[in-house]
Design a protein around this ligand. Structure first.
Ligand SMILES: *Cc1c(COP(=O)(O)O)cnc(C)c1O
Length: 439
């Protein structure tokens, strides 16, 4: 039996084995970018510009919505959506305690107050009961994040929103193409957002974002929010009249052209990823100590991030060993060449940002209020990016081999976990934060 790499044995994933590049760039994608450079039309305000408009039309079709507005990134997409929906100073917006920080920053950018709700530990998405419990007379909107590519419980969440008269905004930055009850995400909320960041499933060659809605008025307000509150005509002269407080969140035509080119292969690549990831997760599921992500029958998972939880029981360890075991597993996998990472070291409300004074916010944010989020952060790790490329299967097979190797050495892994002087990720993060801040 080969020794664990962390104890000096040979690595499962050879050192020169590279993660396939993401985003994938084909000759067609390069040609699309060159066409824009040759056209000289680079922004939404360039007369005769076609790529931004084209991407908006195609993404509206893809999501089954009437309107789409392209913007500069996924975070500005959220601010634009919130502002278009009229969310403003003093309004409370319910946000999942586990998400990317942008989900919680966007409400602050419109001087609204994020209020956090705990997640379901199986789907990692916000728990509808926790959302309902967080509603107050000041609640205005619910930001529904489809975390890691799995649609949230939309039926229940839309019901909660309905009962309390709340606006639903989907943050689908991680879930392009995912379906709930046979309908694409980004078509359920009043106004919804996507990111085109290089790390996402539909990636551009830089930064970009998309806002979708069926509502003509929200659409018009969203276009104004992205360009100084102006109503810039598609063709003809600009009036320079600012009607509303907007930003400059306009997209770039090169990035829109690149995304349009990527979009022609999006379905095919998503299917390849789905096959590869199911194969990989099927292999991992044979190991009794790994809990792999699954999709309920009524929705599809687009596998943006793979979050794997460890179960201490098959190692003969008690539930209190979950965190230490996860830490040892991550160390052992990384030594084998598997890029096991954290995704979020703490619940969003525990971020330093939310521990500092914020405009218009007079509430105390506490990570401890979200025990499911803490538990999941403690006992899970993620695989990111390595599985996105359609040719990722051989690499994923090596990752599965590495996980199987750890199980062969379960006595060593269990002993290391028992002996570990353990610091949970949120405490580690505090130490990192102190050190970074001090410079
Ligand atoms: C990436 C991401 C965003 C922000 O998108 P950017 O394009 O990086 O600004 C927002 N929400 C979630 C859930 C994300 O994963």
């Amino acid at each position: 039996m080969e020794e664990l790499a962390m104890l000096g044995g040979a690595r499962t994933v050879p050192r020169d084995r590279r993660i396939p590049k993401w985003p994938l760039v084909t000759a067609d994608d390069e040609e699309a970018v060159r066409r824009v450079l040759a056209s000289g039309r680079f922004t939404a305000a360039s007369s005769g510009e076609k790529e931004i408009e084209g991407l908006e039309r195609e993404w509206a079709r893809e999501t089954g919505t009437r309107h789409c507005v392209a913007v500069s990134n996924g975070t500005t997409a959220l601010s634009v959506a919130l502002a278009a929906a009229g969310v403003g100073p003093g309004d409370e917006v319910i946000v999942p305690a586990l998400s990317f920080v942008a989900s919680a920053i966007a409400p602050l950018h419109v001087f609204a107050v994020p209020v956090f709700a705990d997640i379901d530990p199986v789907t990692f998405n916000v728990d509808p009961a926790a959302v309902e419990a967080a509603v107050t007379p000041r609640t205005r909107a619910v930001m529904v994040v489809h975390l890691h590519g799995l649609p949230a419980d939309l039926t229940e969440l839309l019901n909660v929103a309905d009962r309390h008269g709340l606006t639903v905004i989907e943050d689908a930055a991680q879930a392009h193409g995912a379906h709930y009850h046979d309908r694409p995400v980004g078509s359920f909320g009043a106004i919804n957002t996507f990111s085109l960041n290089v790390s996402k499933n539909l990636a551009t060659c830089g930064e970009g974002g998309l806002v979708t809605t069926d509502d003509a008025d929200l659409y018009r307000r969203a276009t104004m929010m992205r360009q100084f509150g102006e109503l810039i005509p598609r063709r003809g002269p600009r009036s320079y009249v600012s009607h509303l407080l907007g930003w400059n969140h306009k997209p770039n035509a090169i990035q829109c052209a690149f995304t349009r080119s990527r979009l022609t292969r999006f379905a095919e690549e998503s299917e390849a990823r789905d096959r590869n990831v199911r194969h990989f997760l099927g292999r991992l599921a044979e190991l009794p100590w790994l809990k792999v992500p699954t999709a309920p029958d009524d929705r599809t998972h687009v596998w943006h991030i793979l979050r794997l939880r460890v179960d201490p029981e098959p190692f003969g360890l008690g539930p209190e060993a979950a965190g230490p075991l996860r830490a040892v597993v991550m160390r052992a996998l990384r030594a084998e060449g598997v890029p096991a990472t954290h995704y979020q070291l703490m619940p969003l409300p525990a971020q330093r940002l939310f521990q500092s004074p914020l405009p218009g916010v007079d509430r105390k944010y506490r990570g401890e209020d979200h025990p499911n989020t803490l538990r999941v952060i403690d006992d899970s790790f993620t695989i990111q990016k390595a599985h996105l490329h359609p040719d990722a299967r051989p690499l994923l097979d090596l990752y599965a081999d590495a996980a199987a190797k750890l199980w062969e050495h379960r006595d060593v892994i269990a002993a290391e976990a028992t002996a570990l002087d353990y610091t949970p990720p949120w405490r580690e993060a505090e130490q990192i934060a102190d050190a970074e801040w001090a410079g």
